[in-house]
Design a protein around this ligand. Sequence first.
Ligand SMILES: [Zn+2]
Length: 404
Amino acid sequence: MSTSLLYHAFGIRGYDYVKTEYTEGRVIFTIRQRPHTYRCSACGTRQVAPRGHQERTFHAVPIGGKPVAVVLPIPRVACPTCGVIRQVPLNFADSRRSYTRTFERYALELSRLMTIQDVAEHLQVSWDTIKDIQKRYLEERFRKPRLGKLKQIAIDEIAIGKGHRYLTVVLNLETGAVVFVGDGKGADALDPFWRRLKAARTKVEAVATDMSAAYIQAIRDHLGDAVHVFDHFHVIKLFNEKLSDFRRELHREATDKMHKDVLKGTRWLLLKNPENLDPRRKDRERLEEALRMNQPLATVYYLKEDLRQIWEQPDKETAARVLDDWIRRAEASCIKMLQKFASTVALHRRGILAYYDSPISTGPLEGTNNKIQTMKRQAYGFRDQDFFKLKILAIHEAKYALVG
Ligand SMILES: [Zn+2]
């Protein structure tokens, strides 16, 4: 084989070709380093004396379906400057790895189209080898996202698997990029993020979160000048949870069978947005019957519909009136659940209306969360939490995203 083929196909330059063997379906090239190119890997001097070899085998890119290995007796040299014996440096591979750099690049290319398992099988190396290649690449590219230009962010926690494991994710709302993944949930999970923001002197203008006290405090402490918007999906979701509890309670308390039957199975009808009611299944008729038979349920249901209107107004002033009117009606309803929710809304009034200063939400994080859940179903997320977090940081960049 010619030395130019060694270079162009396998990325190996400056070595002599010695021989080719074919064993057990593998192609094995042996190469040799020319003695006049020996140098010390620490100080670089060529004034070194040969001290034997250590033979190493590297995975190289395959030829067709055949795996290829490159065998090199790596020269050992005595360096008078350093006063030690060591290996000469390699230019086609990292001496700590068992594969060449072109092999590594090829594995990464394949990883954009195939799962780790597929790539490992195709290249006939272990799953861990491919995972390590991916991990180092992701580390280099995504470990420390640039935060300097961050302006609008959304923060939310996502549940990972069983046992209530959580990760806290920060999304750049302008680019859709995940810029931080913290362990656990609550304020502590964000500490490293605040430190990085501070170091980058970032001026975040607006942040969307749910209404939890932990976020309120953390954002007051660390993003005092930013507009803090309480995400409207979370407000509606919270109301829906209370509505579900309320319906369950009514169902439990209902004494006559007919009443019980009408309430039964209405949970999803109550939670659905009216425009999504299915005419084929007579959703609307069933819902209306349940509401007709149960005045408190009807009150709660219609106030849910009105709650959504807070975010549909032409300006902040009108929205404030709609919100205050909602609070008054909920308070006047004599339904405990509504009165409690009214005080929650009143307490968070400013952050709810802040939507009109900065119309952001954590909605885009939902999409990211869905992708994370898909990734999670593949086992690697649990074997190596660090790798999983890197994959999340890379998730938005389809161009760089690597398949499981
Ligand atoms: Zn040296």
